[in-house]
Ligand binder design. Structure first.
Ligand code: BMA
Length: 299
């Protein structure tokens, strides 16, 4: 069984804006949700200073976007995020919105200078930090859209694996466990794996979209199905991938062959996967929801 996402004919949807210093060079890795009849996007942007800031855009159809002229989240922790706030994922939960993003600074945590942050908003625009998931080399963290067994659940990435952790208060995270590992050998996902957007709840389990890269640093995406009540348990993980770089703007940009996604949402009968090509432009690929679910179960 095979499945490939289809690129939307209007893709790429979002380009850098040379009129705004902060987003003149790259726009990428957006979070997208639907709320009150509109699509909302938070995207990572870089200007000439190469610092990442998070911009906001709104859309009636998910394809044509109106952007705010100023970013909604900028570095605000001194050394800890001097180089940027990156890769937002936004989870609606209990009437509020949670943004998980990477703080990238100059202070070292483990092997690198970034760590995973969690913020909250009740209006989509103003974000208050709750605190870090942990002060360690870790990113690609995304909150599940509901509590599981009475606790918040979050996927995260201590390299090279996708992990899960649980919390009562979003501040103290425990029961860390590995969920998905790279598959060694001659595989597309043999080096690192990380979660994409908010997992989708289905009758057969949590539908997880994730990315991986190989030793040549080529990013590809696939799906896996996690148990609804115990998401540490992988029900099925297809061998193949559903998206790989194919377009010139995905091969070449700031980081070649990086297709990176922080959003996979249900739109009618489809799944829409927003992703960035080569850390520079934002595109969209889609598939019928049922096909993705069948593939996650039986692929
Ligand atoms: C990863 C992420 C993304 C980025 C990708 C490719 O580590 O943090 O921000 O798109 O690298 O450069």
């Amino acid at each position: 069984m095979d499945l490939k996402l289809t690129r939307h004919p209007l893709s790429p949807l979002l380009y850098p804006n040379p009129l705004h210093d902060w987003e003149a060079l790259n726009v990428f890795n957006p979070a997208v949700i639907q709320h009150n009849g509109l699509f909302h996007m938070w995207y990572r942007a870089q200007g000439r200073d190469y610092v990442s800031r998070i911009g906001y855009a709104v859309s009636a159809d998910g394809l044509r976007w109106n952007r705010l002229s100023d970013p909604v989240l900028v570095p605000h922790h001194g050394e800890d995020d001097r180089r940027g706030v990156e890769d937002p994922r936004v989870t609606p939960l209990d009437g509020e919105f949670y943004m998980t993003y990477t703080a990238y600074g100059t202070r070292r945590y483990g092997g690198n200078t970034y760590f995973p942050m969690i913020a909250r908003s009740d209006n989509l625009i103003v974000w208050q930090d709750i605190g870090p998931l942990e002060r360690a080399e870790n990113k690609d963290h995304v909150l599940f859209p509901e509590k599981i067994g009475g606790r918040y659940a979050i996927l995260h990435r201590r390299p090279p694996n996708i992990w899960i952790a649980f919390s009562d208060d979003l501040q103290n995270w425990t029961d860390h466990a590995v969920v998905i590992e790279p598959r060694p050998g001659d595989n597309w996902d043999n080096t690192r794996v990380g979660a994409n957007g908010v997992p989708l709840k289905t009758e057969h389990g949590w539908l997880l979209f994730y990315h991986a890269y190989d030793e040549g640093h080529v990013y590809r995406h696939s799906v896996a199905l996690l148990d609804l009540d115990d998401p540490t348990r992988v029900i099925n993980r297809p061998r193949g991938f559903i998206l790989e770089p194919e377009e010139p703007w995905e091969f070449k940009g700031d980081v070649p062959n990086a297709i990176f996604s922080c959003a996979n949402i249900r739109v009618g009968d489809e799944v829409w996967v927003y992703y960035a090509g080569a850390d520079r432009l934002i595109g969209l690929a889609t598939a019928p929801f049922q096909d993705v679910l069948d593939y996650a179960r039986h692929g």
